[in-house]
Design a protein around this ligand. Structure first.
Ligand code: TRP
Ligand code: SF4
Length: 400
């Protein structure tokens, strides 16, 4: 239960583009081979800002899942699901709201930032204020250890850690905790019990983080411990009481430097995107009509790649040899801009080819996608309900 588990979500607010591919999806595809991964469509999160365009959300959900699959996210390796199909997220959100100070939510930087940025929308809503807490519920309900996110989301992960700590602090204090924890230590067996005690003291008295990590891995290896004892032993290590919710870590994904068609970062709001599965003719046309170094008006004018958005794309897509050809040809007016763009067009089409092929399979048979999601939702619900059982119990609402 405490082995690494990766969780990430994406809001369905429109089709994905190559910026999403280079910034996020490539990373997911790599992680699915190294960790247990859960990836979900954050449809409730989309509604916090797009509550007035429900049609957009429904369409985007399925398009987005096809985009994920097209990019190489493999349903045999990662669990793919839709947030609203696991209603336990909402239940945990509600229960966590009981202990969440308003000030914590108001201080999350994205709250004011987004309100200022999205002026065309009224975001003075209860739902929008609660956005980071809903995200905490998403993460804590799976006891995720790693959450791949961009820089802007790091405060949400930090917030989630604080919520987990507060929850454990309030509800982790069961009667006779120390005695129960000591009894659980005995169950580890003589040698391991002794080691556990030593490591615990080294951490608590000397703040030795390595001792804490060793003790945690010692516990990870114990297959036969009951769930309750495991929680007690984790909690006992760090002081307090039972650790019911575990604190996740942000796994910072390098900011996507994927440039758009105008040299700015690729983003829907700049209208400079190439969508993930855009048809070939449209890709060629978009790149052929891209702006170039504005000083290069005639074919005979020399240019400067550093002032040209096409060069930004060469940096992503071209090898050294091509890049040198561009540098030299541009600065000497030895090549034309259309000529210069061709290797970029070829490389983008090449990158998209397997994506288009994979997507076609799912477009031809939409039931495949529904089944993948149905399976994923079922797996996710199972994990989520285990956490909810513990949460309800400590909050006094399990009524068995
Ligand atoms: N807030 C995230 C974003 O805008 C999306 C998200 C919702 C998420 N819940 C999450 C990401 C849980 C990681 C984990 O990108
Ligand atoms: Fe840009 Fe290439 Fe034209 Fe130079 S030759 S201005 S780099 S498109």
């Amino acid at each position: 239960m405490f082995a690494d588990r990766v969780l990430s979500g994406m809001r369905p607010t429109g089709g994905l583009h190559l910026g999403h591919y280079h910034g996020v999806l490539k990373n997911w595809v790599q992680m699915q081979n190294e960790y247990e991964c859960l990836f979900f469509v954050a449809d409730w999160h989309a509604l916090t800002t797009h509550y007035d365009t429900p049609q957009l959300i429904e369409q985007s959900v399925w398009d987005m899942v096809v985009d994920w699959l097209a990019a190489g996210v493999n349903p045999a390796r990662a669990t793919l699901f839709i947030q609203s199909r696991v209603p336990e997220h909402a239940e945990l959100h509600l229960l966590l709201s009981m202990i969440t100070p308003l000030g914590w939510l108001e201080r999350v930087p994205t709250y004011k930032d987004q309100q200022e940025k999205l002026t065309e929308k009224d975001l003075s809503t209860y739902g929008f204020l609660g956005y980071p807490l809903l995200q905490s519920a998403d993460i804590l309900i799976y006891r995720a250890t790693q959450v791949p996110v961009g820089e802007d989301q790091v405060p949400h992960i930090e917030f989630t850690r604080e919520i987990a700590r507060r929850f454990n602090h309030i509800y982790g204090r069961e009667a006779g905790f120390e005695d129960k924890a000591e009894a659980a230590v005995k169950k580890l067996g003589g040698k391991k019990a002794k080691l556990y005690h030593e490591l615990r003291i080294r951490f608590q008295e000397q703040g030795d983080d390595e001792a804490l990590e060793s003790a945690k891995s010692l516990l990870d290896e114990q297959q036969s411990l009951s769930h309750g004892d495991r929680e007690r032993l984790f909690g006992y290590l760090e002081g307090g009481g039972k650790m019911i919710l575990s604190e996740p870590h942000a796994m910072l994904t390098a900011a996507s430097k994927m440039p758009g068609l105008d040299g700015q970062k690729m983003s829907k709001s700049y209208n400079n995107t190439i969508s993930l599965r855009e048809d070939e003719a449209s890709v060629s046309k978009k790149i052929r009509t891209m702006p170039t170094d504005p000083a290069r008006i005639r074919r005979t004018d020399v240019g400067d790649p550093d002032k040209c958005p096409v060069w930004q794309l060469h940096k992503v897509y071209s090898n050294e040899q091509i890049k040198q050809w561009v540098m030299k040809g541009c600065k000497s007016a030895g090549i034309g801009c259309i000529e210069c763009k061709q290797p970029v067009i070829d490389a983008v089409l090449e990158e998209q080819r397997p994506m288009r092929e994979r997507a076609q399979l799912y477009l031809d048979d939409p039931a495949l996608v529904r089944n993948i999601i149905a399976d994923g939702c079922e797996k996710a619900r199972k994990l989520a309900s285990e956490t909810m059982r513990d949460v309800r119990e400590v909050m006094g609402i399990s009524y068995t």
